[in-house]
Design a protein around this ligand. Structure first.
Ligand code: C2O
Ligand code: CU
Ligand code: CU
Length: 525
């Protein structure tokens, strides 16, 4: 449907379902975050007359092109530009192939992909494929710097099933700033052979909708303010969803799939719907075998969730972030914004569409024996146990050192990691080139929202999170992967460590990367 007809249909929606819309306007008051001044929907020049909201921006889909060699090729350019988030203000921003954010890349399991990234910025950056299993050379961490004017090319074979991954800078010491300025996009992986009769919504931008959440503060001139720092990092008073302030989405199908990424550098979200439960179908690194109904899901920076929203024609629901707890001391909770509650997105179903007639409901399909993903593997004894403790700016009592190999993983081993946050601040842990399942938290079974495939997990103070990790199949004794806290200020401060993956019996090291040769051989800070 072209954009113009969508706008016309919004008018129809407001006329025919005035009751529902009026109710939602009343419910829309809640943009206030914390005690700081916030932007009301009315303050936005693009505010629509019906719901008071701006149409949600959808990042462009980029499926690349398959060349004669059978490789699916993508081209990205990191560049500076300006974006209009506030009425009458231009905000200097960074983006991939545009002024802010980045295209949604899409490829399938078993495909070979090649992505070139040109750096049109005036400082060195990197591009990391978060959640991807791939050779260390292609990982895009701090060891693969892209100098201004240069192009870096990463190539790998997708070796994981359907999942919602993402990409962002990972430069040594400046990751937070580069992400905050706007560099982030999604990388969707499809199953090699998606179940043909699956009613899981999969039409990008129509019923399969990405939601990249981030928060920003603005200076008087409209630029991003980088000074609102808490112990967790930068907290903004304005929520951007795909770069849109106070957005609405007009659903044209009975079921809409939302792929939600916490792209904030510090803020934690508690996703809820204002009219009931969430139907969770996927977490960070893949789909659940079957949907599960949950009250809500907490996303700390870097985590993702896929949920299904079901609407009758004329219905409006609000996706919100509720006040929640990360199990911290009172004042520390504020550092992650957990006391804030606010609206994320209004989703209104068109009144005059009848796409719902006969449309299969996911729940019915599952009840009839359908499944979204392979069943989870049974618990098995790990081949290797590893302890990861988190302290102030440190992992296992050490700060990041680009020259040091902290851990050596043997390819094919199933590893059980015991992650303990020994600090009073919120931290999470993200492991590159891997996916994992949460075995237990503080000796208890994980909540339903944490039972899927993960690559990033929140680590509450004084408790041990036990995860069973499955690494990618590539090996390289000389090039490392990272594991780190995904609160990006903490990562930049040194809360990161390195591992290599080797063949059985192979000796690890020495590390040999351009970043080290070019003088990256210093301790961070
Ligand atoms: Cu999202 Cu090491 O990264
Ligand atoms: Cu990552
Ligand atoms: Cu941290």
């Amino acid at each position: 449907m072209p954009a113009s007809s969508r706008i016309t249909r919004r008018g129809v929606l407001a006329g025919a379902a005035a009751g529902a819309i009026t109710t939602s306007i009343v419910a829309l008051g809640g943009w206030r975050i914390g005690q700081r001044p916030v932007l009301s929907p009315e303050a936005s020049g693009a505010a629509g007359p019906q719901t008071g909201r701006t149409p949600l921006a959808i990042p462009p889909l980029n499926e690349g092109a398959v060349g004669p060699d059978g490789v699916r090729e993508f081209a990205l350019a990191a560049q500076a530009g300006t974006s209009a988030f506030l009425p009458g203000k231009q905000t200097p921003t960074w983006g991939y192939n545009g002024p802010f954010g980045g295209p949604t890349l899409r490829a399938a399991e078993d495909e070979q992909v090649r992505v070139s990234v040109r750096n049109d910025l005036d400082e060195v950056t990197t591009t990391h494929w978060h959640g991807m299993k791939l050779p260390a050379l292609a990982d895009g961490g701090p060891h693969q710097p892209i100098e201004p004017g240069e192009t870096w090319t990463a190539e790998w074979t997708v070796e994981q099933p359907a999942s919602t991954l993402w990409y962002h800078p990972h430069n040594h010491g400046t990751t937070e700033a580069h992400v905050y300025r706007g560099l982030a996009g999604l990388f969707l992986i499809d199953d090699a052979e998606p179940p043909q009769d699956s009613p899981l919504p999969r039409e990008y931008g129509v019923d399969d909708i990405p939601l990249i959440l981030s928060d920003r503060s603005f200076a008087a001139d409209g630029s991003f303010a980088e000074q609102h720092r808490s112990a967790a990092g930068m907290l903004g008073d304005t929520i951007l969803v795909n770069g849109t302030v106070a957005p609405e989405f007009i659903a044209t199908r009975a079921q809409t799939r939302l792929r939600v990424l916490n792209g904030s550098t510090a803020r934690s979200y508690r996703l809820q719907l204002d009219n009931g439960s969430l139907e969770l179908v996927g977490t960070d690194s893949g789909l659940l075998p079957e949907p599960v109904m949950i009250d809500g899901i907490t996303l700390t920076p870097g985590e993702r969730a896929e949920v299904i929203v079901t609407l009758e024609p004329g219905d409006t629901v609000i996706l919100r972030s509720a006040a929640h707890s990360l199990g911290l001391l009172g004042t520390t909770e504020r550092a992650s914004g957990t006391r804030d509650s606010f609206d994320i997105l209004a989703i209104a179903r068109d009144t005059d569409d009848d796409d719902s007639v006969g449309s299969p409901e996911l729940a019915d399909w599952v009840a009839a024996g359908g499944f979204l993903a392979a069943p989870f593997p049974a618990d098995a004894e790990p081949d290797k146990r590893r302890t990861v403790t988190l302290q102030d700016s440190k992992i296992n009592h050490r700060r990041m050192n680009m020259n040091r190999i902290d851990e050596v993983v043997t390819v094919g081993d199933r590893e059980r990691w015991f992650i303990t946050n020994e600090h009073f601040l919120p931290h999470n842990l993200h492991i590159h080139n891997a996916r994992f399942r949460v075995h237990s938290i503080g000796g208890r079974e994980p909540a339903a929202e944490l039972r899927g495939w993960k690559d990033t997990v929140y680590a509450p103070p004084s408790r041990t999170v036990i995860v069973d990790v499955e690494f990618g199949t590539s090996t390289d004794p000389h090039l490392p992967y990272m594991f780190h806290c995904h609160l990006l200020q903490h990562e930049d401060q040194g809360m990161m460590a390195q591992f290599v993956v080797v063949q059985p019996g192979e000796t690890a090291g020495p590390l040999d990367t351009p970043a080290i040769r070019d003088g990256g051989s210093h301790d961070s800070h």
